[in-house]
Design a protein around this ligand. Structure first.
Ligand code: MTE
Ligand code: MO
Length: 199
């Protein structure tokens, strides 16, 4: 394994790390809208499509061979729990971005999952230095309930944007509200502005 760089999500440097309306928990709750999809690692693919120069598909072997980083972050769930001090290891979005070109018209990323869940993120926020596709949590492979084999982690937004069981990323020009964003959640989801529900 190569030496990894530790990236501290900027919100972990705040003096008060609990945003308004949140409370600290010590366990790690599991939340998803439906069952946990079983993913076959041998057929799993990470698809890069939409407004990109050339579509790409990566096998798990290709994906997990990319250079990795370690991110230290806090989790803010819109249902009110905050879990501080999390370590994630995986492939940063900046690393993935080296594999293709994003066409100039693209403005949003839609992150897709095996369970039909999807979520929308502005490209600039998706490419922040603390955003990654995690393969490990606190030095152990991701468990199925937390998104095995690959989950997105977007530390600066509410945790519903951190899609589990990721299967691909789609670049689009026009925004498209995701699973929760079209069911009453806020389109953006900044916990420090309490962007919880639909604007
Ligand atoms: N694929 C997928 N990703 C998902 C969800 C889901 O239902 N499906 N739920 C989201 C929500 S609402 C939350 S709060 C977090 C919960 O992640 P956890 O179960 O690891 O705590 O995952 C997010 N990612
Ligand atoms: Mo959530």
């Amino acid at each position: 394994m190569q030496e990894e760089k530790l990236i501290k999500s900027p919100d972990t440097e705040r003096k008060d790390r609990i945003p308004p309306g949140q409370r600290k928990v010590d366990d790690f709750p599991v939340l998803h809208f439906d069952g946990e999809p079983s993913v076959d690692i041998n057929t799993w693919q990470f698809r890069i499509f939409g407004l990109v120069g050339k579509e790409r598909k990566l096998s798990f072997k290709e994906f997990s061979s990319l250079p990795q980083v370690k991110v230290f972050s806090d989790i803010q769930c819109v249902t009110g729990w905050s879990k501080l001090n999390n370590y994630w290891e995986g492939v940063s979005t900046g690393e993935i971005r080296k594999l293709f070109t994003i066409l100039p018209a693209a403005r949003f990323v839609i992150v897709h999952s095996s369970d039909e869940f999807f979520t929308n993120i502005p490209i600039a926020e998706f490419l922040e230095t603390d955003v990654l596709f995690a393969l490990q949590y606190n030095d152990k492979p991701l468990t199925k309930e937390h998104g095995y084999p690959v989950r997105l982690v977007v530390p600066r937004l509410y945790f519903w944007k951190s899609a589990k069981w990721v299967t691909g990323i789609e670049f689009v020009e026009k925004d498209r509200r995701g699973f929760w964003e079209s069911r009453g959640y806020h389109n953006h989801g900044d916990p420090w502005k309490e962007e919880r529900y639909s604007e």
